[in-house]
Design a protein around this ligand. Structure first.
Ligand code: GLV
Length: 344
């Protein structure tokens, strides 16, 4: 392709993506190669200052200060579907297109949500720890009793409440139909979709919280969804219900969740994301009814490779001064600020 320019990749992304970037002919820098280390802010600012296209991960905060450090930046191609780490309004104002990787991780993330739901209800991690600690001495009828997911012996259909009925929420609903569940959904931006798709029934948030055996979270993180699950919401849930979060940590007030788990307001929680990742709220790690996972819901070999190739494709479109396939702020292309950057 023989492109000129410099693509700054903050941390090592899967090889399939790097290969596309390198084959473009652009100079490619991977700033941080150590998987356990983040990018130093000084390196991030210097990298943004010296590159044409930035390929970041959700671990890098990209606010005005960072965006303003890149007067020559033609675009950002983040390898993630979520982009709450990027101040998109500031990017638009500065004329910087921002792209993400939607769609490819939907099924993998919904699978993992289901794995979390089953793990917490049937207490699989707790039982595993018991085995490896050599504590299994004798089978017993009361060992690790958990909640049913299907009808179970009671015959009662379990109720799943899906908050955020976008691509991933819908994919979770499809899985719930296979378990013969009653599906409630709440999403102020997709009430029509809920009412039209024949799988879920619309419910206001209080009703969903009060009736669900499983509450699963799939909204983006926005000012409206921050702490959507707070103490009042947790108190509304059934004491036999489980909370699953594979969206973004701050959707849940984690300190209130620790209280809910320790006081038995709910039966358990499975979290793939945390409010102040990678830290956990004090007391969370000690809760036996919490299943805690390091943000890996989309981490299958195939999906992460595909996310990397999508990010690379977006990056190359930025470098070519073409519309990126997965731009989240398309209005940016009509701004004078973008035209100036792109030399158009
Ligand atoms: C992962 O959390 C993503 O947003 O892709």
């Amino acid at each position: 392709m023989g492109l000129n320019g410099h693509i700054f990749v903050t941390r090592r992304i899967p090889e399939a993506g790097l290969e596309i970037l390198r084959e473009s002919g652009a100079a490619v820098t991977v700033s941080q190669d150590d998987e356990e280390k983040g990018v130093e802010m000084s390196d991030l600012l210097a990298g943004i200052g010296g590159c044409d296209v930035l390929v970041p991960l959700l671990t890098e905060p990209l606010g005005s200060e960072q965006l303003e450090a890149g007067p020559g930046l033609l675009g950002i191609a983040q390898m993630a579907v979520g982009y709450n780490n990027i101040d998109v309004d500031a990017a638009t104002e500065l004329g910087i297109p921002v792209a993400n990787t939607p769609g490819v991780l939907t099924e993998t993330t919904a699978d993992f949500t289901w794995a979390m739901l089953m793990a917490v209800a049937r207490r699989i991690p707790e039982a595993h720890n018991y085995m490896v600690a050599g504590r299994y001495k004798l089978w017993g009828p009361n060992l690790f009793l958990g909640g049913d997911i299907g009808r179970g012996a009671s015959g009662r259909r379990k109720v799943i409440g899906i908050i955020g009925y976008g691509r991933i929420g819908v994919a979770v609903a499809r899985r719930a139909t296979g378990f013969d569940m009653e599906i409630l959904a709440h999403d102020p931006f997709n009430r029509e979709g809920i009412e039209a798709d024949g799988m879920a029934d619309w419910a206001e948030l209080p009703e969903l919280l009060e009736r669900s055996d499983f509450v699963t979270l799939h909204p983006p993180l926005t000012p409206e969804t921050r702490h959507m699950i707070d103490e009042a919401a947790l108190r509304r849930m059934k004491s036999t219900a489980y909370l699953i979060n594979a969206a973004r940590g701050p959707v849940v007030d984690e300190t209130a969740l620790v209280r809910a788990l320790s006081k038995g307001w709910i039966a358990g929680a499975a979290l793939d994301v945390f409010e102040d990742e990678p830290a956990m709220a004090p007391g969370l790690a000690e809760q036996p009814t919490a299943v805690l996972i390091p943000h890996i819901a989309s981490a299958s070999h195939d999906t992460r490779s595909k996310m990397a190739t999508m990010a690379a494709t977006n990056a190359i479109a930025h470098l070519r001064r073409e519309r990126a396939p997965n731009v989240v702020n398309p209005e940016v292309y009509d701004t004078e600020a973008y035209r100036r950057r792109a030399g158009k």
